[in-house]
Design a protein around this ligand. Structure first.
Ligand code: AMP
Length: 271
């Protein structure tokens, strides 16, 4: 994986037409590192669909890090570093951070992981533009792209119900969703995922999970990120997965779609 973050970094430093030729040359180098490595998967899907939930569970099962670029952005925001003010304005308006900043944050994360001996990854929230997908393709091979899908009205309810415990970092959802079938949409029931009593008083809501900003993020997803689905569809890497409901219903079906077995204590992946 060492080469991935180095190449991502050089791509971030080279956002110019002249760099395009250099990027083409990178694919040859990337080919050398696909042998003998852990899975390199991507999770796509609208805000609130559950990328973080399922990517994080799968990462534990297959033994690779779950890397969410949204988390990297929020860490940078919280650090009060030089970028934090600029990032706060972008994120709180539901807009996308520039490809250059995101790739810089991601390559630093991969570098930190490499020093800890990490290999492989499940990326969540990256790539979000075709430009990011092209850069990623230029530096490494992605084995599989899982596209999680859910009705848009349910996505909004889910985002508005999201809560995080400011102490333990646990993610919860207080929304009780019961969306009726109609207009070709399937019925979706999702019970709330309530926090334990000791987290109850410490729950916080993301600043970008307001109705106005979630609608903006969904609009931006349709404009900027939907084409990324097509990018991977054309390459035969896209696995479409319609979430049938909450975690108890969806998790076993997702594992089945991925051909992964989850034994309680002996976890085995056959992807
Ligand atoms: P998320 O937690 O994935 O919803 O991401 C939160 C916010 O971080 C997004 O609304 C964007 O402002 C920013 N962000 C995360 N990943 C990316 C990305 N790959 N490209 C651009 N902006 C991103």
């Amino acid at each position: 994986m060492a080469i991935v973050h180095r190449l991502l970094r050089s791509a971030a430093a080279a956002f110019s037409p002249a760099a395009a030729a250099a990027r083409r040359g990178l694919s040859a180098l990337a080919a050398e590192q696909t042998l003998e490595r852990n899975v390199q998967w991507v999770f796509l899907g609208c805000p609130g669909v559950g990328k973080g939930t399922y990517a994080s569970r799968l990462s534990q099962l297959v033994g690779v890090p779950h890397i969410a670029t949204g988390d990297l952005v929020r860490e940078e925001l919280a650090s009060s570093g030089p970028l934090s003010q600029q990032l706060a304005e972008i994120v709180n308006q539901g807009k996308l951070v520039s490809d250059e900043i995101i790739i810089d944050l991601l390559s630093k994360r991969l570098e930190r992981g490499e020093t800890k001996g990490e290999s492989g990854f499940i990326l969540d929230g990256f790539p979000r533009t075709v430009g990011q997908a092209e850069i990623l393709e230029g530096v490494t091979e992605i084995d599989l792209v899982v596209n999680l899908k859910l009705r848009e009205d349910v996505l909004l309810e889910k985002c508005l119900g999201r809560r995080t415990c400011s102490q333990c970092g646990g993610n919860f959802n207080i929304a009780s969703i019961n969306a009726e079938e109609g207009n070709g949409k399937p019925r979706i029931c999702m019970p709330p995922l309530l926090p334990p009593a000791n987290c109850m008083s410490k729950l916080i809501t993301r600043a970008d999970d307001t109705e106005e900003v979630v609608k903006k993020r969904l609009h931006i997803y349709n404009e900027m990120s939907r084409p990324v689905e097509e990018f991977y569809r054309k390459r035969g890497k896209l696995l479409e997965f319609d979430l049938p409901g909450g975690i108890p219903e969806s998790w076993p079906k997702l594992l089945q779609a991925l051909n992964i077995e989850d034994h309680d204590d002996k976890q085995c992946a056959v992807a």
